[in-house]
Design a protein around this ligand. Structure first.
Ligand SMILES: [Fe+2]
Ligand SMILES: [Fe+2]
Ligand SMILES: [Fe+2]
Ligand SMILES: [Fe+2]
Length: 406
């Protein structure tokens, strides 16, 4: 049942600190965990990281001591929450296995958001990047097999297909073609705002993870792949953040952040199969309700407006859900594989003039080959076949079927 978060007091922020043993949680078992529990953990860690970094940026823009202290207080408990959520990842889950989880998040979160997005412009933005993260999953799965003989479906459990998307080598675009038009804050559906905030946080955390873990390997092919895909995640952050209306005040953005955290913890609770982890989502929901109260109080006193004017009367009925999106992804693959961007527009690759900056940038970065292609070449040389997990039949795009099958 949906409810109005503004009518719930939750846990007061000053009562939200936890001790070291409470923060040092027992991780899940990587062999028995529900793959969608892993994706919930990855997403909510990214949401907490976003809330912390947003709060730091806000604090650097204000000289008001009361506001700085309130931000420091809320930020400290956000940091406690981040430790608990990220601490659910087990130490025997390698960075590459975690990476497969990150791309499973990217595929099934993006596809779910696109399926439920009311604004066609925002849906197009989600569909566009969906095909790219879908391809990353395939590249990393082949890297996992190449380096360790690992099977990525041990992580994904066949809930998400693993096969080429828009090939990573073709995703490298000039920065000017990564900036989109933004929604209008006064007209946007509140659900759309939350969708965009959620995907920005998810992509930002993915970018940071690859940025920090890209040098965990000795093998040049792994280091190169992380560098290449980290730069696509940088493009994705630029793409998605440009959808947000810059007109909103810092305090309004604070309110929106807390409200989105409420919506997401409430969402994660709805389908969590692990009872212990479900209790964490529930606790954090109640913490976010308390944090939301503080942000709304500042809006009332500093901007003279009620947060209820900006927020929907109740939470959306539908929780953000991790579930298979195989048919949807295949449909977008079939329809949009050849889309590129030209400034703020999406266009077919065939309509771009041969001297377009897209091709110039491609020629520059892909000169000498791309690691994302080299993985597949090495995997074919080793085993005569790529790693794929196509559970719904052959690839919808003939050119992307295995070479021996064409
Ligand atoms: Fe939080
Ligand atoms: Fe990705
Ligand atoms: Fe991405
Ligand atoms: Fe929060």
């Amino acid at each position: 049942m949906a409810f109005d978060p503004l009518e719930q007091t939750g846990i007061a922020v000053e009562d939200q600190f936890r001790n070291w043993s409470e923060l040092n949680v027992t991780p899940f078992d990587k062999d028995t965990v529900d793959p969608y529990t892993r994706t919930r953990v990855i997403l909510m860690n990214g949401i907490e990281v976003e809330s912390i970094l947003f709060s730091h940026q806000f604090a650097r823009q204000t000289d008001n001591l009361e506001l700085k202290r309130a931000l420091a207080m809320s930020r400290r408990v956000e940091a406690h929450q981040q430790k608990v959520v990220n601490g659910l990842n087990p130490g025997d889950q390698t960075p590459l296995e975690t990476t497969l989880g990150y791309e499973q998040v990217a595929v099934d979160l993006t596809a779910w958001l696109a399926r439920h997005e009311p604004d066609p412009m925002l849906k197009q933005a989600l569909d566009f990047a969906l095909l790219e993260d879908f391809d990353h999953l395939y590249r990393y799965a082949n890297l996992y097999d190449l380096l360790y003989g690992g099977h990525a479906d041990d992580i994904t459990q066949h809930l998400t297909e693993i096969t080429p998307g828009r090939p990573t080598i073709l995703e490298h675009r000039h920065p000017h073609d990564e900036v989109r038009k933004h929604f209008e804050t006064h007209a946007v559906d509140p659900l759309s705002r939350m969708h965009v905030m959620t995907i920005v946080a998810g992509e930002q955390q993915t970018m940071n993870f690859y940025m920090n873990h890209g040098t965990d390997w000795v093998e040049p092919i792994a280091r190169g792949t992380y560098a290449e895909i980290a730069l696509i995640e940088e493009q994705h952050v630029t793409h998605y953040e440009s959808l947000l209306d810059p007109l909103d005040s810092w305090i309004a953005n604070w309110v929106f952040h807390e409200y989105n955290e409420v919506y997401l913890y409430w969402s994660m609770m709805q389908h969590e199969s692990d009872r212990r982890i479900k209790a964490i989502w529930e606790l954090h929901l109640n913490m976010e309700l308390g944090q939301l109260q503080v942000a709304c109080d500042f809006m009332r006193r500093y901007e003279g407006r009620d947060a209820a004017e900006l927020l929907p009367p109740t939470l959306p009925d539908t929780p953000v859900t991790f579930e298979p999106n195989k048919d949807y992804v295949r449909q977008v693959l079939a329809e949009q594989i050849d889309l590129r961007t030209d400034g703020v527009d999406y266009v077919d690759v065939d309509s771009l003039p041969s001297d377009h900056r897209y091709f110039q940038y491609q020629a520059l970065v892909n000169e000498g080959g791309a690691p994302s292609e080299e993985i597949i070449a090495q995997k074919l040389a080793k085993d005569s076949r790529e790693y794929r997990d196509e559970t719904e039949g052959e690839h919808p795009i003939a050119d992307l079927r295995p070479q021996h099958a064409r």
